[in-house]
Each structure stands twice: as C-alpha cells, then as structure tokens.
Unconditional design. Sequence first.
Lengths: 322, 322, 322, 322
Amino acid sequence: NGHSACESGRRKSCWYEEEIEQDLRWCFALNSILHTGASQYQDIALLDTKPFGKALVIDGKLQSTEIDEFIYHESLVHPALLHHPNPKSIFIMGGGEGSTAREILRHKNIDKVIMCDIDEEVVNFCKSYLAVNKEAFCDSRLHLVINDARAELENRGDYFDVIIGDLADPIEGGPCYQLYTKSFYESIVKPRLSDGGIFVTQAGPAGVFSHTEVFSCIYNTLRQVFKYVVPYSAHIPSYADTWGWVMASDSPLTVDAEELDARIKHRINGENRYLDGKTFVSASILSKAVRKTLAKETQVYTEGTARFIYGHGSAHNSNHHP
Amino acid sequence: NGHSACESGRRKSCWYEEEIEQDLRWCFALNSILHTGASQYQDIALLDTKPFGKALVIDGKLQSTEIDEFIYHESLVHPALLHHPNPKSIFIMGGGEGSTAREILRHKNIDKVIMCDIDEEVVNFCKSYLAVNKEAFCDSRLHLVINDARAELENRGDYFDVIIGDLADPIEGGPCYQLYTKSFYESIVKPRLSDGGIFVTQAGPAGVFSHTEVFSCIYNTLRQVFKYVVPYSAHIPSYADTWGWVMASDSPLTVDAEELDARIKHRINGENRYLDGKTFVSASILSKAVRKTLAKETQVYTEGTARFIYGHGSAHNSNHHP
Amino acid sequence: NGHSACESGRRKSCWYEEEIEQDLRWCFALNSILHTGASQYQDIALLDTKPFGKALVIDGKLQSTEIDEFIYHESLVHPALLHHPNPKSIFIMGGGEGSTAREILRHKNIDKVIMCDIDEEVVNFCKSYLAVNKEAFCDSRLHLVINDARAELENRGDYFDVIIGDLADPIEGGPCYQLYTKSFYESIVKPRLSDGGIFVTQAGPAGVFSHTEVFSCIYNTLRQVFKYVVPYSAHIPSYADTWGWVMASDSPLTVDAEELDARIKHRINGENRYLDGKTFVSASILSKAVRKTLAKETQVYTEGTARFIYGHGSAHNSNHHP
Amino acid sequence: NGHSACESGRRKSCWYEEEIEQDLRWCFALNSILHTGASQYQDIALLDTKPFGKALVIDGKLQSTEIDEFIYHESLVHPALLHHPNPKSIFIMGGGEGSTAREILRHKNIDKVIMCDIDEEVVNFCKSYLAVNKEAFCDSRLHLVINDARAELENRGDYFDVIIGDLADPIEGGPCYQLYTKSFYESIVKPRLSDGGIFVTQAGPAGVFSHTEVFSCIYNTLRQVFKYVVPYSAHIPSYADTWGWVMASDSPLTVDAEELDARIKHRINGENRYLDGKTFVSASILSKAVRKTLAKETQVYTEGTARFIYGHGSAHNSNHHP
C-alpha cells in the first residue's frame, strides 16, 4: 500500500528494554513475547525481537539472541578445545541454555559432555523452546546433571580434558561468586583436569572501559593458579559491548592461526560462523588500555573479596546458587 | 523469596509505547502480545498490558483497553438512548470492536442494531478475541454489515431512532473525514433519523487544551444542522486525556438526573459501571475554557476544510476508508 | 530546507520520563534542563519540556508545569476562598512553589498569607526561577515561614479564615502522612480556624480507578472532623490523571454557580483561566464509581494507618518532613 | 540521608535517545543539555550524559562523546600518519569537530593541516564548546577552510602526504555520497597525494553484521583505485558497535607492531590512550565473517550506485553537502 515508512502507524510500538547500567539503556523492538516462565531461582522469557531474533532473557537480563549467540558460544568453546591436543571429556559449569553443549558436540573426537546446571526449569525451558539446540539436548554423549557445579565437581572422581565456566559473572553476594575464586580454581577445578587439561571461562565485559569490572580480576585470579593464561575478547552486538573469556592451563597454550584452521577443518563438523585462526589471533591481542589494566591488576577473587558489575553478567547463563 | 522490589531483575522490561503527540509518550508495561493481524486497511494487535489489561491497538494507536473501555462506550451509547423516549432501532457507523453494540443491546427495548464497519478483518479479529463482546456478536438483534457507512446509509430505506458515530477522528485526508462534514450530517444522517431521532458521535479529545483539535469543530458543525446539540466529556485513564462526545437532535435533549436514573433502572439490563444521572450532568457541564472555545468556534467541517489531530483519534475505532 | 518532518534527524531525542506507576510511564520531549539543585530533603529540577513548557520536578516526580499548573492551583485555592464570606487571613501548609500564594493574593480582600514550607532551598529555587510567581513572593501580605507545618500551627496563637493543605500525599512512612490524620485535623487544624473558617487540601489522584489510593480516605477522614465536606476533582493533562481536592468546614458550603461567578468578579483581580461557577459545579459532582467509593469508605487516617500511593503525590509540593 | 539507591526519586528521569536502527534504541541518562544550535545544514547539540560525558549530537545522531572519542580519532589519524615515512602536510575532508586536527597536530613533524568543512556554524560551535580541542583550533599549523571538500581539493595546487576522510557515511542522496565514489578517489583525491601519500577514511560500522552496510563497499571501491588497501576496526562503546576505517596507498602499507610503537614514541607528543602497535595489529585482522564479505564484495560506489545505512554514520562528522 501507499503507507510510507515514517507514518506514525508504522512506528514500532512494543519494546524490550534492558538497563545495561543504571544510566544506559538498550531497547529492541518486539515482534512477540513467545514464552515466559519462572523457576525457584529466576524468571525466564523467550522474546521475538526485530533486531536480534529470538532472545532469551533471565531475570530481566539478556542472555543470548538467535542472531549472534554463535559469537559468544564459538568463542567460549572452540579455542580451549582446539588448543587441547585431543579433548574427549568436557565438563560445563552452567550452560543450561544448551548452546555451549551444542558447540562442544560438533567436535568429532568428543566422548562425553557433562552439563551441570542448578536450575532444572531453565534447562527444561531451553530444551523445549530453543529449536537450535534440540539435537544437542538429545545427543547421547551429553549427560545433564542438575546440581551445584562446585558440589558436583567436588564429588566426582573422573577427570576432564576441558572444563568450561558458562556462569553468571562474579558479583559479591551473587549466585556465582564462589565459582570464580582462587581457592575454587585451585582445589576444585584444577584437580579435576586431566594431564594437559584446559580451563576456560566466560569473563564478563571486556570493552575499553568495562574490562575493569570483572575481566581483569578473573584474569589475575587465574594467573595465580595456572602457568599459562590467555585472555581474549569479541564484540557481541546484542550485548552492546565487547565480551571477554579467559583460557588457562599448566600446559603451554600456543597454537598458531594456521594450525587452528587445520584443527577446525579436521575436528569440527560443519562450519564455524565466527571463529577461525585469524579471528582468534586478533581476539587474543587485546587493545592497549586493556593490556595495561591486566598487567597491573593485583586483585584476586577470594572468599572475602569481589567487584561489582551491573548488567548482562549479573545473570549471564546463571546456573549456580550456593 | 528474598528478592527486593528494586532488584534490576524485577524491573519491567517489555513495554507498549504510544506517541500521543510527537513530543509526548505514554508507555504500558506488557505481559504479552496476544494476537497480531493485518487487514487491507490497517494493522491490528491485542496486547496484554499490566496497567490496563487487554488493549486493542490499530495502526499503532490504542483503541480501547479492558479495564476502562466501559467509560468510552457507556458514554457514547447511553446518553443518546436514554434521552430518546423509546429507541428501538440503532445504526452504528463503525464500531467493529463490538463494545458499542454490546452496550446498545443491554437496552431491553431495542429491536434492531445495524453495525456498519468497512473492515471485515478487524471485526473478525474482535469477534474472535474480545471475550467480553462474544455475546453481543451473537445477539440476533445485531446485523453486521461490511460497507462504507456513508454508502450504506445512503442506500438504505429504513429509519433509525439513534445513529451513533463510532469512527476515527476527522483528519483532512484521513479515512473518516467525510463522515463528519455538515453536508454528510444534513443530507445523509438526518434524513435517516426517525421522528425525535438522536445522533451522537465520539468527538475526539476534549481536555483543557486538546478540545481545540476536533471537539469544538465537531460541535460547531452539528450546531449548523441540528436544533439541539449537547457536548459532554469524560476522563479516560488509558487515553491520558479527557474525551468528548456530541449528541444532537431536532427534539429537545432535556432529561434531568433523576429521570436518567429512572430510565437506566427500567430500560437497561445489568448495572452501568460509569454512567448514571449525576455523572451525565457533570459530564455535560464543560469547564470554562472549553465552554468558551465552543461558544466562539466558527469553523465547520465541509468537504474542503479540516483540522489536524495527532494521536488516538487518528485511528480511533477506525472503520471507514472511503 | 527540504527536510520532511519525519526524517530521523528531526525525531525528538531528549526526554523526561516519569514512572506514574511501576508499569506506567509518561514521557515529555525536552528542550532543555534549565536548573538542577538539591536540598537536605530532596532533589529539584526545572525542565523545559515541549508538551508542557517549564516543569518543576522534585525527587523525580513532576510537581507542576507551566501550561497547566493553573488548573491545580485555581482548584486548590479559589473554591475555599469563594465559599468563605470574607476571607482575610490564610495559612498554607507547604506551597513552596509559590503558585498557591499567587492565587490567594489575587483576592483583593486578603490581608495576610502565611506560607509554611519546611524546605528553604526549594522555596529559594522557586523564588529564583519561577518568573510567574516573582510578584507573589514579593507581596508584602505574604509571610514566609520555614518550619514544619504541624509545629508552626501548634505554636501560633492567631486564627485563619482558610487553611490550605498543599502537601505531598499521605503515604505511610512518607514525609506528610501526619498532616492528613484525624487527630491532626481535630487538634491542630480546626482550633486554628476562625469562625466560619474553611479547610481545603489537595487530595491526590481522583480518577475512576486512582481515587481509591488516597482521595476517598482523605475525604472520609475529614468527614469525621467537619460537618460539611465537599470533594471535587479536575483532569490535569500533565499528571495524566484526574486530581482531587477536599474542602471542609463546620459552616455550610453552599454557594451556587451564579453567586460563585459574582464573587469571582468582585473579589479576584484578573481573570481565572480554569475555575468559574459552572466549572466548580461540574467538578464537585463526582462520577458514579467515585461517589460509590466515597460513600462506602470506612478507613480513617490515624497515626497507625495509611494507604500507599505511587507517583505524583508522593512528593507533590512536598514540604513537610517530620 | 537515608534514601536508598532504588527509591523512585533516584531513578534517572532525563534521557537522550538514539535510534541506531528503526528497531534498536540506545539511551543515555542526561545530566544536562549544555548547548543547542542550528546551521543552514543541520541541528547541533552538546549534551552532558551520565554514561559517556559530553556528547556532540548532529541532526539527532551521536557524533562523538567525551569519554570515548579518542578511540575513533586515534584510529582515524595515527595509522595513516605512522605508516607514512615522514608526513608533513595533511588534508582533512570534514572534521569540523576539531578532534581529528588535534590528533594530527600531536605529530611533531607536521607542518600544515588543512581542515575543510562545509558547515561554519558547526565548526564555530565546536570551537566554542569543546574545550578539549581549544588548543588545536589555535595551532598556527591549522588552516581552516569553509568549503565543499571536493571543490577545495579540485582547486588547490598543493599536494598532501595524508588525506583524511572524516565525513558522514555514503548514503545515496546523502550529503557525502559523492566523496566516496571511485571517480572521486581516482580523479580528485589521488592526484593530490604526494609521492608515497596515504588516504584514509572512516568507513562506517564494521560489526559482524553491520559491516555489510557500507564498510565492505568502501573497501572494495578503494581497492579499485589504490594498490594497497588496509581495512581495520575497533569497538566504540558509545556507538554500540564496532567501527571501521580503510587506509589506502600506492606504496606498501607494511609497518610491524614494534616499528609502529617506535614511531609513536618518536613522533607523537603525549601518550596515545587507544592506539599502539599491537592494538593496530589486532584491529587490522578482521574476524572471519567480515573478511569473507570483504573478499567477495563486488559493489563499487560510482555516481550511480549506493547502499543505505541507518544511524550514526548518516551524519557522522557530516561536513559536506554538495
């Protein structure tokens, strides 16, 4: 019809609004509110947004969106698995959304994936509604455990080639703080890594300013515990920020871009949309201001200290409520 | 649980936003987007809002909400029917939502209601989704006609005790402008009123400032055509404004509060939630500024003139697209 | 130039946003933020808004706007002064904005106005920036007292023809709750009224739904203390609601529209923009739902009870912090 | 005082809102609106925002903010100047804000900077209000020309070591489209570069999705004209996106991180906040999806073709209106 794009009738009138910080908002036009639910721990919603497609929101915080979750999940999973010579068993702390498991299961050499999330309702919600992860949830190599990740790791006797932290950011008093401390890494995580094992964790915002919130401190805490620590980052459009991850091991983490590309080709089913050798090289060369903060960071997460963060991370893939 | 009311997770994150004017917005927190659709004329949506319950939105403009539509529809329908000594046949121009018919059909003496709306899809949408009007849509006294109200009135040979205008506001170039002109009232509406018949129309915003948009001019136009003209108004919370209606006839419109209450009691099934004798008396005594404008208004809607309005009215119960 | 009105560059980009309720927002496009300040009690700002002109905001709550504050202040002041046969001395509880004093001082027969506001900084802010009240603040009949209104009334020995409550709504634990209780009215206010004296107070939102928040209870509380009590209301566009006031006295409050108009003409300098005889008659005939609630209201504000309200009223003309 | 952080009175109530795209909004809490003005070409405002400090807004589009403009301007200026063996004369197309000149003038070997912006009022506005650029505007090496950049370059007889495009994005029908075409680069820009000269331009959004808007096409257009073309990008928090630049020359652009750091140390006064050798290396290794699009891009900007972009870029440092 003859309606022009700027007619008032065509203005977007339903919006999802997120307070990234108290004085900063990020708003997506909505097509619909697909599903809403609540667990004993948190509220959960699946929205259909115009700019980012389906969006998973937990306790009013965006977790991931259909169109760009591949950036987060490929960055979380593949660098650690590719730096390991032959990863077979993986433990995910959190990850109830299923996307982390999905990326792991694309690796042909994987035998066993433990996904340990505390919130059964959130897992069931994602299993029901996130079509993109349907296959992963049904994969026989995936073992879903509903438990506190700390308790689960403490009580298991087996070892893992890669342990992945897909948890909400460490906020003092927050649900996941205890899963980012030096003592947790030292006495719970490291003992469960097999020889040459690698630990990787999401590490909160890593932008030119936002990296001081938790990223530098997670990095510094891991540096106290592991010999080799590699921080890296990527811009995630739906988060309106650059995000960070930290990979750590007692074995050297030195695989160059060509070898990464070769391993991707041989080990991973299907094609990565975000990560390849050059992308990881770029992602792991941090910009000047971030490198400076990381080099000078002295704070370590212990049971008694924490830094605050406002926003995404506060419930990011939240799975743990001690 | 222990969550306090001001946790970020508890902030409302999905909103319906309406531009009442270009520089004035009105936003309702959303529970869900229940249904959306489109006709050849307009987009339509049924939202579930926190402050006002279910809300019908056409082309990005709020039409009515579950919790306060009774104010608009009781005010539109009952004064005219109660001022008529014995109304039996009613013609609604527009009214596809069904609420106007519902209020009319509560009058025991009604034999026949013609609802003439141009947009079949909107009527079907409301029939399907507005539970509160289900019964009215099934009432055997209701005759639904999908047609242009002007053409329908021109071609019919029967007469009506009350004709009701439940149309979008008169905007030059808008879909309903021609249904508010002096010539339309004189040569189409008046000839179809039976003896003692009454015409009533919604008449746009009638607030201390907003009454100059179309209310005063609708009033003045009707004053050129009918001997007795009664403007009245009521504040409608979901419109964030006071709304206006104008009732007109060639017979005197003088029924006092007590007699109105008596007629309500005898003629109407169920109890009115908004309108009674005193409410109408108050509604028909306009405030100083509005009375002054109405007294001095000289503009008349003819085929060649119009005033602009931004907002609600531009698609209010929009039914007519010549 | 050739830019059309809907070019993105012409969209309004600075906004004032008010949460009327937790799930309802009201947003005005901004021209500028004229002044901001803070007292020991509250934050204060003077904004220049597109839809309503200059707007006074205290603690994030709209107090009054340039284009429609006359509705609130004429409604608060004139009915009480006009119902009194010859008011000479007036006491304002609160009113630091100065507009209430300005309206009182338009009455030629006034000898003395005491304005008692607890917040000197707010008074000074308004004195400096609200040009429309400059003259009133300089009027020699006006006596400004910085004090708690309760303490001031208790300690004074003089009597007043009219006492006006221009205070924030009664919220349990709020700054003004104690200035709305039965015991305050009985033992502090009434003893300071001269023979035939009238008390009037703003009484919070009075819309079809919102009148249950505090309006009905203020009415019922005054009904316990005074023989004659008249509630009335008016729609205030910038509040996005109908507002209420209650007038109370031990002398009858019966002046008809004609006599009100005559008194306005003889007693008041300049012309009222909102209030005249008919406007007051309409304002004091409440609609059915409101009348019903008021008739059935049983709650009385005492030191131990209160009702909650969210929004405007919570800081409306806030002046009292016991 | 005892107010808690989540009291409604402490909510942010004044906001700057930008539509990044039609269905995506980005909102900053406001402290104040410092200055507003208008030129014959555009509206201009200087805001004081809570999250990003002072923000320059032209025609409703954010241009730069106090806290992160160094990312944009260091990225625009330093790579090209550092890759040149000894740059002495620079031509800026646009750049009226003054920050581009400021960064250039930090290079000790610079003799002459021509800043050619078409909008004198915008230049004067920035000269008056952007304290951070005061010194640059007064530097005797800076020559300000108010003219169309194309006309100015065409008519000058001198040559430049570096030409910098600090212009709004190429939108068909937009003010700057003609300054991004193959013929403009070939017949106007290249002839004015001295031997070994380098051209660099801002190149619009370069995010995982947004790089297809104009970045890939600017890259491909320059690839038709110059032998060596280096695209690079950086996340700019206030833009809520990753931004792109393209550097082009007929001499090789191969300076490694160590040499860049050495040149920074020797040539630039003061310390860079964003750019150093490693940062540039990372910035110039694009991620997989972006590299793929660039490699496959076939479109070239000619007088007859263009791509559309919505948002920042549409007025970014807009200076040219043919």
